[in-house]
Design a protein around this ligand. Sequence first.
Ligand code: SF4
Length: 84
Amino acid sequence: MAYVIVETCTKDNECIEACPVNCIHPTPEEDGYADVPQLYIHPEECIDCGACIPVCPTESIFVLEEVPEQYKDAIARNRAYYGL
Ligand code: SF4
């Protein structure tokens, strides 16, 4: 299980600061940050702690099994960002 960020993400970056294992990218310091439409969670590095969920101002982060039907494509997009 991992957490997933969906397309309503506005790159607020609160989740990046909250994540204890730094598995949310790109950060503002990383190449490509300005070009991505949203942030992504590394599905194999996420430890399912849930710290990112309450800090997201747009409620764009979901447990994998609870991603709403209309946002299911985000599961593959989060994986694809990391080449998975
Ligand atoms: Fe990071 Fe925890 Fe959110 Fe996973 S659930 S992305 S480890 S803050």
